[in-house]
Write a protein that binds this ligand. Structure first.
Ligand code: HEC
Length: 155
């Protein structure tokens, strides 16, 4: 583990603790007897942070290339997410506000490709992991998705 990575984890822990402290200050006066809510808060923070930390890391020096991403998307993703991101009977379209960057950030793409995704927004069933697509390739795919989303006013 590099020092940079350790300090990033410490930053995350610090951020979680700070937001917990803020939540407790707000919650405690209202629900003095229910300060287990704070623990629940910490557990949720922990889960969210653990998930973010586990996202596969691409080469940070990589230049995202949407044209390359288009080819990779067509090969690995379009069978479900549709040509031009329009969706199919097996998967949702990415031209939908639920997939704008603030709802599903780039890490969600790394996570979905590596681990798959439980059906939670739609009724297409679970997305299985997509083997043989590297984190760097996911960066190109995400660049392509963001480009087409922007062209369609989703950003
Ligand atoms: C076998 C079909 C299938 C393939 C192939 C597929 N997906 Fe999916 N994907 C789905 C389905 C279905 C969902 C929606 C799950 C839900 O939320 O209901 C989904 C959801 C997602 C999500 C949202 C995850 C979340 O956090 O909600 C992302 C990101 C994603 N897919 C990216 C990709 C990428 C990138 C590829 C190609 C490398 C790909 N998918 C290939 C079926 C597929």
């Amino acid at each position: 583990m590099t020092t940079k990575r350790v300090s990033r984890i410490l930053d995350d822990v610090h951020e979680a603790a700070t937001s917990l402290a803020t939540n407790c200050r707000i919650l405690l006066p209202m629900t003095y007897s229910k300060n287990w809510l704070c623990l629940l808060g910490l557990a949720i923070c922990g889960l969210v942070h653990a998930q973010t930390l586990q996202a596969p890391q691409a080469n940070p020096k990589l230049m995202p290339n949407a044209a390359q991403g288009k080819r990779l998307f067509e090969k690995h993703c379009a069978s479900c997410h549709g040509v031009d991101l329009k969706g199919s009977d097996k998967g949702p379209p990415f031209l939908h506000p639920v997939y704008e960057p603030s709802h599903h950030g780039d890490a969600a793409f790394q996570m979905a490709v590596k681990n798959g995704s439980r059906a939670h927004h739609w009724r297409f069933g679970d997305m299985p992991p997509v083997p043989g697509v590297s984190p760097d390739e996911v960066v190109h795919i995400t660049a392509y998705v963001r480009q087409v989303q922007r062209q369609n006013g989703i950003n």
